[in-house]
Design a protein around this ligand. Structure first.
Ligand code: MEV
Length: 314
């Protein structure tokens, strides 16, 4: 039996823009998905992850495609194994639940079948698994779950390869997550954005240019630990995502609540059209922001970020 775990992720800057080759900044969170793999008489999957109601059901077919891809790329197709998923990462849109489970499954299979793959290969396998969920994803989610910490991620559009650079933050960032409770479909939302780009290329180009400035400033602000600046840049990034039409009334309400109750900045994170909102808070404001979110009927959670990437659990 082998066990491995991988963290969920939050995109601080650049979801959707990353699909068009611009850099995004993301971080691993404390909550993790654990995969336990055992050689067995037949293949089986037991998914015991906590979830936003309906998430696992909505993703069932994608999950099965994803696991087949992982087994194929690891050359384990004929092997029989039982896979059990658990851990404290709540499976929900926006938190990289699929990326975390792919990385954890890849690492546990690697251990159980003594394949000797290193971290970059585990990440490549996790990326293959992500395709089952997201068509052709940028790869940011699996990179975050594999490498952990803070990353600046860019997809080379010519080779399709992800380029990852570890970032360091002087500041300790406290993030409150607000959950819309809505499961979104990344493939569909990414396709809608692409259609919008084709419909009005000039408007889209302007959004990409505006975002480029935001991420450049964000990298510097993060390195210097300028919390207020980071918050303002998150607000600006959210406005662009709203303009891109990937927000929704529930995300707008969450951003509004967080801003009015004292967050330094707030934005949707991940796919959008549901999923999660993140708010940058201080020790003084975190209680106020979290209770305002709960009072409005949404679930909230505070998380530390910059957590460790995929690892084998002994
Ligand atoms: C999903 O977590 C992030 C998106 O940018 C899609 C991707 O990067 O593949 C929306």
């Amino acid at each position: 039996m082998a066990k491995a775990s991988a963290p969920g992720k939050l995109i601080l800057f650049g979801e959707h823009f990353v699909v068009y080759g611009l850099p995004a900044i993301a971080t691993a969170i404390e909550a993790r998905t654990v995969a336990e793999v055992k050689r067995a008489g037949k293949f089986s999957l037991q998914d015991n992850r906590p979830e936003t109601p309906g998430y696992r059901n909505a993703k069932r077919d994608q999950q099965s495609d994803s696991i087949q891809r992982i087994l194929r790329v690891m050359r384990l197709e004929g092997e029989k194994a039982s896979i059990e998923l658990g851990g404290n990462l709540i499976a929900a849109s926006g938190v990289g639940a699929s990326g975390a489970s792919c990385a954890a499954i890849a690492a546990a299979l690697n251990e159980e079948f003594t394949l000797g793959k290193g971290i970059d290969e585990i990440n490549d396998v996790a990326y293959e698994g992500e395709k089952g969920y997201h068509g052709v994803p940028s790869g940011i989610d699996n990179c975050c779950s594999s490498y952990g910490g803070f990353i600046l991620f860019r997809k080379d559009l010519k080779t399709g390869k992800g380029i990852v650079r570890q970032l360091h933050s002087k500041a300790v960032l406290s993030i409150i997550i607000g959950n819309t409770g809505i499961t979104s479909n990344t493939t569909k939302v990414v396709e809608d954005v692409k259609r919008e780009k084709q419909r009005d290329p000039d408007r889209f180009r302007k959004m990409l240019d505006d975002y480029s400035m935001i991420v450049e400033e964000a990298e510097t602000a993060l390195a210097k630990g300028e919390l207020k600046k980071i918050g303002l840049l998150m607000n600006r990034n959210h406005l662009l995502l709203e303009e891109m039409d990937v927000s929704c009334p529930e995300l707008e309400e969450l951003v509004d609540i967080a801003s009015r109750s004292g967050a330094l900045g707030a934005k949707l994170t991940g796919t959008g059209r549901g999923g999660l909102m993140i708010a940058l808070v201080t020790d003084e404001t975190k209680g106020r922001v979290a209770s305002a979110i709960e009072k409005a009927g949404f679930r909230s959670e505070i998380t530390r970020i910059g957590a460790e990437g995929v690892r084998v659990e002994r």
